[in-house]
Design a protein around this ligand. Sequence first.
Ligand code: CLF
Ligand code: SF4
Length: 322
Amino acid sequence: MSENKNSNPATGPDIIADEELRRKISEHPCYDKRAQHKYGRIHLAVAPKCNIQCNFCVREFDCVNESRPGVTSKVLTPQEALEKTEQVLQEYPFIKVVAIAGPGDPLANDETFETFELIRKKFPEITLCMSTNGLRLPEKLPEMLKVGVSTLTVTVNAIDPEIQAQIVDHIVYHGKVYKGVEAAKIQIRNQLEGIKAAAEAGIVIKINTVLIPGINDKHLLEIAKKINELGVYIMNIMPLITQGAFANRRAPTAEERKAAQAACEPYVMQMRHCRQCRSDAYGLLSQDLSQMSEKRRKLIKLQTKKQMEESLKEKAEKEKVE
Ligand code: CLF
Ligand code: SF4
């Protein structure tokens, strides 16, 4: 068995050399399981278009590579997204990550970059996070670095084109439609090249892999080994949601998913607390404020205010003693 050279499940963010990045990861609810009950994220639904067709995707809904399926998010303009972020961060300061995860593919929408640019200018300290199918990753990486994306999720469901061709029906790449193995080869090449370059540029990478029994279930270990070589930080094995062209397939059992995570863990740290959130979710992972009543949100706002006042008081008292 080869060494897990890039991730250490025992230490998490501590293995990241850059201090600022280490802080960001330790406050990222998806990247560090210890952060999930303390820090939150806001998803900005500014990216409606997608450039591929996954067989498990029904396009009226959010991208299921990073979202709970069967829900639709209202698309925002970049300016509306900034205004929403200003309001939400003021009310819920425990939110430390601003992310774009759909409803389509963020790299297929220029609004992704316009939005990140606006957010970065207003909140230079905040962590910018993104998820993508990776088709345009190599060509878009310079723009991502320019706006300051520091955590990135790429969905990799196969690194073997024969397997990938069973998962993605077609891709649209530079204005041309490709199908089958030809499409799969282009997407896998761009994903792997893009992941390697992004990791080398200092972006902390998570891979989402949808576990599809009978298609890629025997292939996950190969993916884990490959992404370990590329410098990936963490892997999130998600269960197939049976819909679209895969409506008649079988979802993996909890045991099958656990076994896949255990097999891949020696090669890459495993995320086990994913909530498959909406592309407009905000709050803690376990507490999506976008789906709560105004009354419940007000209560959380008051609790947050109280907690902040208490921690400021504690800090002031500590400083007095010192
Ligand atoms: Fe969002 Fe994804 Fe960033 Fe997290 S979600 S873009 S890495 S800030 Fe997190 Fe939600 Fe699971 Fe995604 S729980 S669906 S893994
Ligand atoms: Fe659907 Fe996401 Fe696949 Fe695009 S990348 S087809 S939005 S699941």
